[in-house]
Design a protein around this ligand. Sequence first.
Ligand code: GUN
Length: 284
Amino acid sequence: MAQIIDGKAVSAKVKEQIRKEAAEIKKQGIEIGLAVVIVGNDPASRVYVNNKKKACEEVGFTSYEYTLPEETTESELISLVEKLNGDDRVNGILVQLPLPKHIDENAIINAIRPDKDVDAFHPQNVGHIMIGDFNFLPCTPAGVMELIAETGVEVCGKNCVVIGRSNIVGKPMAMLLLHKHGTVTICHSRTKGLAEICARADILVAAVGKPKFVTPDMVKEGAVVIDVGMDRDENGKLCGDVDYAACFDKAGYITPVPGGVGPMTVAMLMRNTLTAAKIKNNIM
Ligand code: GUN
């Protein structure tokens, strides 16, 4: 039977540390600000953005929300990003993805000043992550690393399998596991023998975006199973990429959905925003 990794509890601990540090910094008259930009009416994005704003309140940051209509053009959005790049109140800029189809996401990510890029999506920050010399960690992978640390299981020397190769999760996730000396395999839709590869994983991270994709035959007895998915099952109920109920007895540790990785992503965003403010104000 698996032990449940409680992402809500771990994220509350992290946010409390951030709140204390932010309160100390505030004594020097420094306000920490995060700009959150959302374009269009995607309901899931709305929920994520609200969670990010709420977390700002919890840790004592000021959030600046920019809600733009679906028909916003790429150049209008770039103009807003450029304005925020130059706004001294804003330490971090987050443009919620996905963007409407007519906007090139890369063009927007490239427009964000790297020292305000608290998502760590800008190629400059991606490069820093690749060589292991970074200020900002990508939020979801960083949150996953915290959850793995919480289990007490060492990554060093372990078989780590990441399912999914997105720029936001899969690729940086593999990099962070590699930095901790894991033996990392990245699986994706064209991987042959995916189930057998997963079944050898001591640490399995699922980031595929397919409901209940990971079944017990893909889980090694006692493995750490981390579920990055936020999907809907056949009844429209929120679920993850892992068939949680079916894998529960086989895994050693498992994250629930909701209440696993999601809250950690937000906590890591707060940490990156704090880091941005500290660097700007020469507090280290
Ligand atoms: N959409 C889904 N996850 C993320 C994230 O971590 N950051 C941003 N900006 N958009 C997202």
